[in-house]
Design a protein. Structure first.
Length: 191
């Protein structure tokens, strides 16, 4: 069989709908990300084009709008879930905001979601919770093995690693100076 005789199939609105549904069945996405994926599919199928045609761009907008109307794409839900995962992985709030904006989530929505999460955790605890998760994952501070004394240079390296990751000096100090995990319980702040 000769590969040169195979013509690429034309891009249709139905093709873009199928491609969107296939992508969304595998991945969670924002409106911007879905539009980006569909535009890339158009360009791949129409070799030689640098940008989709006006008609194809309209189809992309319509397909994304339809996915939003059907509830397959919801930027707010996506952002909440991703932010919660990132807090659990030990990412500071400003990195979460930056990541969500890079995924195409609106700046106002990002600020709203982080404010809601901050209210859920309590005043000022969002960054602390992320710092705790980071320290637990890396076995820093109260989460390190207790069987041997800690050399001063190791404590400095732990502090520097947390600072490089974007945690404030106050959060780093509170996390690393804690004696054990119980110092982080909500009622421990009430004294």
């Amino acid at each position: 069989m000769n590969d040169r005789n195979i013509q690429p199939r034309p891009v249709t609105k139905a093709y873009l709908e199928r491609a969107a549904l296939h992508y969304l069945s595998r991945y969670s996405a924002t409106e911007a990300r879905l539009a980006e994926v569909l535009a890339r599919k158009v360009l791949r199928r129409c070799a030689g084009l640098e940008v989709p045609t006006d008609e194809q761009s309209e189809w992309i907008v319509e397909v994304v709008a339809r996915c939003v109307n059907l509830g397959y794409v919801n930027d707010a839900t996506y952002a909440r879930r991703r932010a919660a995962r990132m807090i659990a992985r030990g990412r500071p709030p400003h990195q979460i905001a930056q990541d969500l904006r890079s995924k195409g989530v609106d700046r106002v929505l990002v600020e709203s979601i982080l404010a809601d999460m901050s209210a859920e955790f309590g005043e000022g605890r969002l960054a602390l919770e992320a710092g705790i998760a980071y320290a637990r994952r890396r076995r820093f501070g109260p989460f390190r093995r207790q069987d041997s004394p800690v050399p001063p240079d190791k404590a400095r390296k732990e502090r520097d690693a947390m600072l490089r990751s974007g945690f404030s000096p106050d959060v780093v100090r509170r996390v690393l100076e804690a004696d054990d995990e119980e110092d982080f319980l909500p009622w421990a702040d009430c004294s």
